[in-house]
Design a protein. Sequence first.
Length: 294
Amino acid sequence: MRSWLFVPGDSERKLVRAFEAGADILILDLEDSVAESRKAVARALVREAATDAPSPVAVRINPLDGPHAQADIEAVIAAKPAIVVLPKCEAGRDVTRLSALLAVAEAEAGIAHGATRIMAIATETAASLFGLGTYAGASARLLALAWGMEDLSTALAATRTRTDAGALTAPYALARTLCLAGAHAAGVAPLDTVHTAVRDGAALVAESAQAAADGFFGKMAIHPAQVPIINDAFTPSAQALAEARRIVAAFAADPDAGVLSLDGRMVDRPHLENARRLLARAAPLDSGRLAPEA
């Protein structure tokens, strides 16, 4: 689940073409990209697209406290989207609440309990920054946490989110770090925010590489051209996978060891854990499975 591509839910043309982009997950959007007057149209189009989807899709519903979330869920769950994306999520309690709503909708649609997973965008309000340590145990449905900058900048009345050199300013660097830590603490996949300069491929390459190095497992996208760059950045290299297999094999051969020497360098249990995680993340890419990656 490296690339998560947003697609406006009320554009039939974009919904059809989006499946050609190569994204691991398409996010069929019912929230920000859809005007109030088009919500009902978008629900119908998204339900149709999810029903006929050749690969796993997510549906971003509207915020739970708004007037549209319940109608969104009722309209799309029968189409069996793999994931529901929850915007404006402020704490684990919101994931728990959505999970309960999904359980009812699944039962009414004759879908297996728990079949629908959740990805939460968890830094879009000021209050959300104080809730990023609350997601552990919120719901077995929770698959990933993402951080978002655009809505947060509005909530904080910011006039900029980056320095003149392109680095995140302090509030957004903090939100990014808290999301990363919160996701790992909850045992789910951390996802990096969208890159809004769609024509600046070089900046996206650098940003994606940094996110992967910092411990994010994937990144959201807003344009099909961003997908190959993101996929490349978050695909473990053959060399890294080979090294991980060697570390796992070395500890398997000596299971009581706490520290081993491999090619003249020390490897210990944290190296083993990282190797196992890397191999687990690569497995869904090989098999096409939808699985947690943390």
